[in-house]
Design a protein around this ligand. Sequence first.
Ligand code: FMN
Length: 332
Amino acid sequence: MRTIEPGQLSIPQLQGLLQGAIAPRPIAFVATCDRQGVVNLSPFSFYNLFSAHPPVLIFSPALRARDGSSKHTLQNLLEVPECTVNGVTHAMVQQTSLASSEYPRGVNEFLKSGCSPIPSIQVSPPRVAESPVQMECRVIEIKALGQGPGAGNLVICEIMLIHINEVILNEQGAIDPYKSDWVARLGGDWYARSSHGLFTVPKPLTTLGIGVDALPHSVQRSTVLTGNDLGLLGNLEKLPTPEDCRTARLQMASVDMTGVDANMTGVDANVTGVDANMTGDALRESGLDQKAAGEQQVQEQERVHRVAQKWITMGKVKEALALLMAEEASDH
Ligand SMILES: Cc1cc2nc3c(=O)[nH]c(=O)nc-3n(C[C@H](O)[C@H](O)[C@H](O)COP(=O)(O)O)c2cc1C
């Protein structure tokens, strides 16, 4: 592990490191205008949602690391405390990046990036037509976090109106991550894309899991089971009954006996040849010395953990815990 105090690094080094560490970040494509109504458009990934009631988002135009000068977006917001915040999809990521170029103040990045402005209803800056979610915002507060280069400025905004293009909605009216195809920023030149690599984790809202601390110690300390495996096991609402454990053990034994399990792949390759029902006592009785018996016990435990892991990946989490508990009971 490397341990770093922020002061040990230069500001660009520290910023680069933190941008890699706190990632991926959503991107706000922010339109503002100055007192004369000259429009500006720039992306900001120091951005997120912070409240639903009232609806509040925050983004941060930092003072330039190079010379501590302030960005046009910040200057405009100090003159006219209104903006539109537009989501960035993969289809518009190159134009968004182009709009981040350091054009002189007064240059309208809608024109430079080729994005299309559409008038807002409640605020003066326009919205980005290409973005499927456009939010009209009023600034509640601008909080400077420092004075020098790299210092952020929290722009705390209340969302007054939300415009959503129906093409990104699913049948239930929720935003579909495949259809929206949002992009997010990581460190360096890296971006992530919401339609790629998606997976779901059901929220434990209605259930109260037993917790990893309720699992047998051998399971908590397993060299086979991963943190995700433990998380799924700990999310079960109750420990298995002795009957569940017996059934799981029989299920595994029957697989061993027939040697055929359509669902099992790599797990079978780990079979040690030890009978699945053999307990520590049985091993000792078989004439093996204590060390060998101990080693075999460890191997057997690993084998059971591998089978349980396989069952977890198949969605048979309850059965997996029953098997692990049966193995624990047979060991002690
Ligand atoms: C995807 C992306 C995200 C960015 N996020 C931020 C940010 O959160 N804060 C910031 O100060 N600059 C950020 N930048 C850089 C600004 O967009 C850039 O400095 C821009 O020139 C500012 O424009 P302005 O001076 O017209 O406001 C980002 C650039 C890109 C491409």
